[in-house]
Ligand binder design. Sequence first.
Ligand code: ARG
Length: 578
Amino acid sequence: MACFFRRHIASKLSEALRQPEETFIPSLSAIPVSKKHQSSDFRLSVTSLLQNGILSSADDSQTKTEALVQRLKPDNVVEEVLVGRRAINFKINRSVLVQKMLEKLHEEGHLFGVKSELFSSLQRRKTLVEFSSPNIAKKFHAGHLRSTIIGNFIANLKETLGHEVIRMNYLGDWGMQFGLLGAGFQNFGSEEKLKVNPLQHLFDVYVRVNKEAESDQNIWLTAREFFRSLEQGEEQALSLWQRFRDITIEEYQQVYERLGVHFDEYSGESFHRSQTKEVLQQLKDQGLLQTTEKGTGVVDLSSAKDMSYYSTVVRSDGTSLYITRDLAAAIDRKEKYAFDEMIYVTDKGQSGHFQQIFQILQAMGYEWAQSCLHVPFGRVQGMKTRLGEVVFLEDVLDESRVRMLRNMTASRTTKDLEDPEDTAQKVGISALIIQDFMGPLMSDYKFSWDQVLQAQGDTGVFLQYTHARLCSLMRMNENGLEATFDPQLLQEQCSIHILQHLLRYDEVLHKSLQDLQPKYLVNFLLTLCHLAATAHRTLPVKGSPTGQAEARLQLFKGTCTVLANGMKILGITPVEKM
Ligand code: ARG
């Protein structure tokens, strides 16, 4: 597979150019498949030769590259070495390509790509990923859904590549909203409704109390009083709050499970309410805290130290803010988990907030603030369900399941499914994920159910459909697998294309890890599906001579494995039938 070939070419280069193999490994990239012409398989760019000092900018690089190519003699693995466009191209012997790739796919299974040379110098780190983080009693909006699936992708990717990952949900479970919720519940809460449909009821109470507070000053008084008693740790208020929190987590856990997401810890703003005092004290001791005329406490973040840019960390009444709790949370997590890096996933509207956190931590002398990272994403417009605007995660999942089931019933294979609802749910979720992951995370996009759920074209449905088709092919030929085969029997253009494409898988993972964007993997998998569809059409298994049938089955099996591996990293559960 990729790493075998890459290592082989690197050693060739190393011999010819008297530089360690390691110099060339990261610079060798697999060439994207081209439908128009038979291409080489790997390229080494002239830029990388310049970077490694093998060519100097003063050289006539074209002539020098040509001379270099002369020194790289073909062998039984590398069939041709050619001068390409500002690159040296390497073509692998087709039999060796087929033989080695299928061998690796078979041997490595779910570790295919992960064991690549590209990751051999990767430090396995402890990563804390904080994602999803909805607010109790408030809406779960499209931004929370994005945070959930993006965070899950990042956690999966890191885990797949051998990092230790802590998945954390940081609930909005403190603040004045609980004053209002408490006041509201005392006035028009219902124990009965809280049992039957807790999230809905808390939300209703919250909406109603906010509305009434507009015209009724008394509600504010009660709310403030309730929050004050919470902050002072009064038992009755706390126990009501605790119930709201517990119920919410319990409900969410079920919905997250449907989505295929889990958390190692449900933390929340409330966890750090007392630690905020220590943070403020420390800021004060370090001379970083200033009091404004209005009586608020601020940290000056301007480079000129003229307060042209600052962050408010304490209200005039001495209570903490969102950012104060975040500072306390970060310090606490570092102590508790000793993470090597921490990643926050929220919409881009909070970028400034996180930059301030990192800057303040840095000013406080916490060098590890440099290993904290905010992964921002753009807004989604128009995510609606039959019920109207999205209020709960469950609504989105229900809607995707209903719609998908409707589409599936129109297709004839659905009747063979054991649990069509479950399949519809999984496929529906993959559709949501792919639509979301298609472009750069920072872009805003317009949500459309019709587009999301299309079976043709670049959608999650198409990925699932391709996976299910490949699985069905395996099922129909179960006793045909495992046999040896002749690589000469797999020389058609479409077989070679699939294998060439698979050569890129490790690079795609590598690139994804570098900038934590899912689009590379999404595009890779979609192309794989298109190539598989062509191969499926042109390379029948049934009715072909045994050897050829075997060889083709092996190819489809390998394709199916990589497809499933990649889908799982994206947070998609591949279905075997649909
Ligand atoms: N609960 C917040 C919201 O809904 C997101 C929390 C993000 N994480 C953090 N550490 N501040 O906007």
